[in-house]
Design a protein around this ligand. Structure first.
Ligand code: NAD
Ligand code: TDX
Length: 335
């Protein structure tokens, strides 16, 4: 048996990753999640009665509670997803980003060292590198140049993990992935927000001119990338993960509208502060060392994603709670 402890497993990527590894019968999963606005236990309802799965509603910053969990069971591999993850929210207020992303990560490192885990996978982001002009791509050696409070908190957590590797020979690996999309993504991020607004007949807020470029990866490809790093990656290393799907925001939004068969009403709104112009990932290291590459192109991935949201409007309505309405007003309807 391989016993995983996954943090943030009720969020978007964490829940997709748990579904993926629960597909291996020799695996147990212990999911620790605080259930912030972004955490939804309904995402994992299928494992409610599965003896290989357990869930604890715990804040990763609460070291005592986390220790109790490590004490009560054997943990082989920690996969750390828990984070405040949305750039726009970090611009509204940064403090929770420092608490969870920096303090929470350090606390988890400390407990994982105390209980001698075999591996610690720190799930990070390409945003730590900042923005890059064409035709450049970020490699694992690119300078860290975070521009948003979110990116700065993730870069800080990466540095804490790297320090633990160098100081304590901590058996960690860091993955830095580009923009994910797919089922179960909270509708604050670009793709599900646009799909949700189209389904509601609302206009589509595009920051600035819509010329910013992102590299999109279907969430299943990211999960397989992380798994390949667990099974084939070297301890102490950083691995970039990318989707090979760069596109301008405005072109992506038109593709979504076309797929849904509507003529979109686009609202060019005030630009995001310190808006990164372009992300582009060189993922040759993970390809060579872990034999991984993305499988699902943007066309197929978008079709899957859009039809998932169309077929799961109940899920969407539930997550668009009072908190979402308050956030949406603060972010998009401020004068
Ligand atoms: P998400 O916001 O959907 O989920 C985050 C989860 O963490 C939620 O379930 C939330 O309840 C939980 N959480 C938050 N604070 C916590 C705390 N203090 N203690 C315990 N649980 C807590 O995020 P996501 O999009 O699934 O991202 C997961 C990870 O992947 C993050 O670390 C993020 O930085 C990274 N990442 C995301 C993307 C992307 O495009 N979404 C790309 C690259 C890397
Ligand atoms: O309403 C919007 N309008 C708009 O034009 C939103 C929500 C976004 N955008 C633009 C901003 C970005 O250029 O779309 C692009 C994508 O925005 P997000 O979905 O917020 O993603 P991004 O800021 O690129 O960060 C994402 O990728 C890296 C994730 O949110 C991070 O968690 C991950 O680390």
């Amino acid at each position: 048996m391989t016993n995983y402890l996954v943090t943030g497993g009720c969020g978007f990527i964490g829940s997709n990753f748990i579904k993926f590894i629960m597909g291996f019968s020799d695996t147990t999963v212990c999911n620790i999640d605080k259930l912030t606005y972004a955490g939804n236990p309904l995402n994992l309802l299928e494992f409610e009665n599965d003896e290989r799965y357990s869930f604890y509603r715990v804040d990763i910053c609460d070291k005592k509670k986390v220790e109790t969990i490590f004490k009560s069971r054997k943990i082989d591999i920690v996969v750390h997803f828990a984070a405040e993850s949305h750039v726009d929210r970090s611009i509204l207020s940064g403090i929770e980003f420092v608490k969870t992303n920096v303090e929470g990560t350090q606390s988890l490192i400390d407990v994982s060292r105390d209980y001698s885990v075999q591996q610690f996978i720190h799930v990070s982001t390409d945003e730590v590198y900042g923005s890059i002009k064409e035709p450049g791509k970020f490699t694992e050696k690119s300078e860290l140049h975070p521009n948003s409070p979110y990116a700065a908190s993730k870069a800080s957590s990466d540095l804490m993990v790297l320090a633990a590797i160098r100081t304590h020979d901590f058996p960690a690996k860091i993955t830095r992935c580009s923009n994910n999309y797919g089922p179960f993504q909270y509708p604050e991020k670009l793709i599900p927000l646009m799909v949700s607004n189209i389904l509601e007949g609302k206009s589509l807020p595009i920051y600035g001119t819509g010329a910013n470029i992102r590299d999109w990866i279907y969430v299943d490809d990211h999960c397989e990338g992380i798994y390949s790093v667990i099974t084939k990656g070297r301890a102490g290393e950083v691995y970039n993960i990318g989707g090979r799907s760069e596109i301008k925001n405005i072109d992506l939004v038109h593709k979504i509208a076309d797929e849904l068969g509507v003529v979109p009403t686009i609202d060019f709104v005030k630009d995001r502060l310190a808006h990164d112009e372009r992300y582009a990932i060189d993922f040759s290291k993970i390809s060579k060392e872990c034999d991984w590459h993305p499988n699902i192109g943007l066309e197929r991935g978008l079709k899957n994603t859009i039809s998932w949201y169309e077929n799961n409007t109940g899920w969407l309505d539930k997550v668009k709670s009072n908190e979402y309405i308050t956030y949406y007003k603060a972010q998009y309807e401020k004068s």
